[in-house]
Design a protein around this ligand. Sequence first.
Ligand SMILES: Cc1cc2nc3c(=O)[nH]c(=O)nc-3n(C[C@H](O)[C@H](O)[C@H](O)COP(=O)(O)OP(=O)(O)OC[C@H]3O[C@@H](n4cnc5c(N)ncnc54)[C@H](O)[C@@H]3O)c2cc1C
Length: 404
Amino acid sequence: MMSTFTEQEQVYKNIAVAGAGASGAFLTLLLGKNPYNNVFLFDEKPPFSTLLPTGGGRCNITFEQKDVREFVKNYPRGDKFLLSVLSRFGVDRTRRLFNDLGIKTYVQEDNRVFPSSNSSVDVIKKLSSHLKGQNIHIIRENVVSVYKKTDGFELGTKHSSYIFDKVVIATGGKGGGFELAKSSGHKIVELKPSLTALDIKEKDFYSLSGLTFKSVSAKAIYNKNKYFAEGDMLFTHKSISGPLIFKISALSAYDEYSTENPLEISFRLTNVPPEQVESEIKNNSKKTIKNIFSKFAPEKFISVILSVSNIDANKQAAQIKKSEKEILMNALFDFKVHAVKRIKDSEIVTAGGVDLKEINPKTMESKITPGLYFTGEVLNIDGFTGGFNLQNCWSTAYICSVSI
Ligand SMILES: Cc1cc2nc3c(=O)[nH]c(=O)nc-3n(C[C@H](O)[C@H](O)[C@H](O)COP(=O)(O)OP(=O)(O)OC[C@H]3O[C@@H](n4cnc5c(N)ncnc54)[C@H](O)[C@@H]3O)c2cc1C
């Protein structure tokens, strides 16, 4: 087991951690390995319970990408800050530490890293088994106040108050930590939902619910902002969703799109060159246009395009009009939809949070209130899907654990 406290001064410390989610409970586990730390973990919820739904119940722990500069490109916010954090504690060290904690991991085809058990329940059990030291105290109450005193902090819950040398706020993207941070003089960058499904103007396409397009490229435009992304997308009965759409929603998290001013997204749904489709039309003049175009995109999708454009699906290729061909070619190479809003409560993470300018990335300590630390999603850091958000939690927790 790697020592987590060799870099620290060996003096007894009373430390409070607010929030027992991914980063707070992981930090407590690391701090608890040092017998000089007396750690109190505060949360109404049991430790690590926020890991339960992650990765669809499989817990996508991180993403296998050794080049830190490439890795941080997956964070629309926090990339520069994480460069230093991940250089010290990145994917390799995370996977080794997880292995030491009894959680073997493997890399999936798409480079996402999962526990070998493929079970977030197993991850929660294994990580929680390390929260048993005599110097670890789990208090099932939320923190309601933190005040800086001359020598330490006074921390309040609904029922009690405590004195600590150091306090860490790890309350995630939806917790009470923003108020605690504000009361300690911190600026909160505006909070917005990120990694959301999107509602589009073109409702006819919701009849394609369940249909997935693999490795699609997309360009999204909102006023002067342009975003490019690749990945899989799918239709649900009331939204467009999937990793590609989540990426677009993260990149455009601060755009206020609406029915009047939507986010225009154009997809290239196939990787074949347009010339190939043209020659297919030319060489199969007796075939129906539906048959020809269904070679390049799902038949169900082509049927909807034909239907909404009032084109006879059984028309032979030889009879196709120029304008009809253009509609069908655009459906494959420049399929446009208009996002009018984010689907309420579909967000996976929160964009915005504690302003990173006020945090030292070498220690996770506040530059405004010495002795106060922040880890995880409460910070203005958010990543795409793929394990990036949990990696932020593991890494900021580790850096905090060796600095506090
Ligand atoms: C459905 C879903 C699936 C996801 N899947 C993945 C995935 O596979 N991979 C990935 O990388 N990311 C994933 N994420 C994102 C990831 O789970 C989060 O980024 C991560 O959990 C954030 O960790 P955190 O410790 O900062 O906050 P959380 O894990 O949200 O924990 C915060 C904790 O603080 C507690 N709290 C709040 N206020 C207070 C207070 N005042 N006092 C004390 N405690 C408080 C809360 O009860 C909570 O337990 C997923 C998110 C969702 C919603």
